[in-house]
Ligand binder design. Structure first.
Ligand code: NOJ
Length: 568
């Protein structure tokens, strides 16, 4: 039976995210840079990925490590020059690697010339590029909080009005209702496309259209409403369709929208199959399973049943209508092996491979965050001075001051959840500073680099790195991994995550143990009866295929069979 597939290169690709500041430093200033990336392209080729998503490399005062852009068409000094960028792009293309740029256009830096002008006077031609409001009863215009603590409104002495900043006060929100702003953004995007880049990861793109009434929202633990009150606003789909027509349709791009606050219904619009807006979105619901309502600062462990329910909702919900992105990690999340796996010596490697299996066997485009392919772990930050991330530092002072948490408790939560866990330098080898820099690294190196590093793992056949290589190879070989239908088994099991993939007659059975308990699992009928059952990957080498499968601590195994043929 021939199955008709809606084939797209971006569905069949594996994307690798580089956080340039922490990837590879080529000039000894302790900060990763573009030349460093160029030097390491062969490493990515060896891993087998197809696309690189570059976190922002544009000129920026670095209040939020490049997510505060002061010039969209020049390169951050610490990262190099436009010539370095062009060299990196062509070296990537020479190797068949595509480059997707981070597009941060919900806001700019307050040092962007548009904002410098905008704040000068109410009559300035750039005034309306940003969102300015009068105060209400001597206070902020509404109760929205910034994602990085405090109010989302900043009072500006110059004109005695407030501007909106859903992120830091150095990241004022652009006014997308102003046609001139949209035109400028599309022009800039086209300029990058003309350079030959291959797509955009769009930062918090779900927040660009605000409800002009600015209604109050429900208060969270810090006394403010979530910045997500702005999510999926009235004109967001109209603007993205306009962007599609003015920019994206000109090239064969990969587009992924970081969609804070996105629901399944909204995702079906953003990532609709007819490609009127984006190819796929990053949703956050599985990242919120271990949050406490709107408060992410806890050390609550995930309940696997909830995680399965959320991921299954997205797998089934977008089936046939849109497309999923698959991720456990990025630069805003702690390390997955420390969060969903087990980073103790006994289980670190097994659980890193198990998580990789669980994610990479689902339907969608997988994203690997730098170091995830080595099973890099959370870092042992000791004190608040060790943290660099403004989100973590602001939350620490705000929640301590408000008496929400005690100091040690908050440090414990930061160690577990801080974004800095993902931002420690990439561990290349066991030499000083993990081979990341000859200078003083901008953030501490995780001391476990002596054992967890790329050099050691590239030389070892049973390493986490080799396992990722194999997962990527399998995806290229078996269309079922990309296109097969997903179905969950055992929704109520607290330890095993089991699902099937189906494409025509072919089926896969994916069994992942999220615990250190040994379990047995009776094979479902189609697999039990199959005469051609084979294991295509697993993280224990000595795994026996039996009617009653023995599933050991953090074991992952994928079985393949030709289900209907076996019934004949
Ligand atoms: C989402 C980005 O991923 C995060 O790193 C950044 O701080 C905010 N957007 C603001 O741009």
């Amino acid at each position: 039976m021939e199955v008709k597939l809606d084939r797209k290169w971006w569905k069949e690709s594996v994307v690798y995210q580089i956080y340039p500041r922490s990837f590879k430093d080529s000039n000894g200033d302790g900060i990763g840079d573009l030349k460093g990336i160029t030097q390491k392209l062969d490493y990515l080729k060896e891993l087998g990925v197809d696309v690189i998503w570059l976190s922002p490399v544009y000129q920026s005062p670095n209040d939020d490590n490049g997510y505060d852009i002061s010039d969209y068409q020049s390169i951050m000094k610490e990262f190099g020059t436009m010539k370095d960028f062009d060299e990196m792009l062509s070296a990537a293309h020479d190797r068949g690697l595509k480059i997707v740029m981070d597009l941060v256009v919900n806001h700019t830096s307050d040092e962007h010339p548009w904002f410098v002008e905008s704040r000068k006077s109410k009559e300035n031609p750039y005034r309306d590029y940003y969102i300015w409001r009068e105060g209400k009863n001597g206070k902020e215009p509404n109760n929205w909080g910034s994602c990085f603590s405090g109010s989302a409104w900043m009072y500006d002495e110059e004109t005695k009005m407030y501007y909106l900043h859903l992120f830091s006060k150095k990241q004022p929100d652009l006014n997308w209702d102003n046609k001139a702003v949209r035109t400028e953004i599309y022009r800039m995007m086209n300029w990058w496309l003309d350079k030959g880049i291959d797509g955009f990861r769009m930062d918090v793109i779900s927040l660009i259209s605000k409800n002009s009434e600015f209604p109050d929202g429900e208060e969270g633990v810090n006394g403010y409403a979530s910045f997500n009150e702005a999510a999926n606003g009235p004109h967001v789909h109209e603007y993205l369709q306009e962007m599609r027509q003015n920019v994206l349709d000109r090239a064969d791009t990969l587009t992924v929208g970081e969609c804070s606050g996105v629901t399944l219904e909204e995702a079906m619009k953003y990532a609709r199959k007819d490609e009127k807006e984006l190819n796929m979105v990053f949703q956050f619901e599985h990242m919120d399973v271990d949050a406490d309502g709107n408060n992410k600062w806890t050390d609550k462990k995930i309940d696997l049943r909830e995680l399965k329910a959320v991921l299954t909702k997205w797998q089934k919900g977008l089936e046939e209508t849109a497309w999923n992105s698959l991720y456990w990690e990025n630069h805003d999340q702690p390390r997955s092996v420390s969060r969903y796996g087990n980073d103790s010596e006994a289980y670190w490697e097994l659980s890193a491979k198990m998580l990789a299996t669980c994610l990479h066997m689902m339907q969608g485009t997988p994203y690997i965050y730098q170091g995830e392919e080595l099973g890099m772990t959370n870092a042992p930050f000791d004190k608040i001075e060790d943290f660099r991330d403004l989100d973590s530092v602001n939350a620490y002072y705000e929640l301590l001051e408000k008496g929400v948490f005690e100091k040690e408790q908050m440090l414990k939560y930061l160690r577990y959840k801080s974004r800095d866990n993902a931002r420690t330098p990439f561990q290349w080898d066991n030499s000083k500073n993990a081979g990341f820099t000859d200078g003083e690294p901008w953030i501490m190196v995780n001391p476990n680099y002596k054992t967890i590093n790329a050099k050691e793992q590239m030389e070892r056949k049973d390493s986490v790195f080799s396992y990722y290589q194999e997962l990527i190879r399998l995806r290229k070989k078996h269309p079922i991994i990309v296109y097969g239908r997903y179905d969950l088994l055992l929704p109520e099991d607290r330890e095993l995550y089991v699902y099937t993939r189906t494409l025509g007659r072919e089926q896969l059975l994916v069994i992942c143990n999220f615990s250190c308990n040994e379990r047995t699992f009776p094979l479902p009928e189609a697999f039990a009866k199959a005469s051609d059952l084979v294991k295509i990957i697993g993280n224990y080498c000595d795994c026996a295929i039996e009617q009653n499968m023995r599933i050991r601590a953090y074991e992952a195994i994928v079985l393949q069979c030709n289900a209907s043929a076996s019934d004949e």
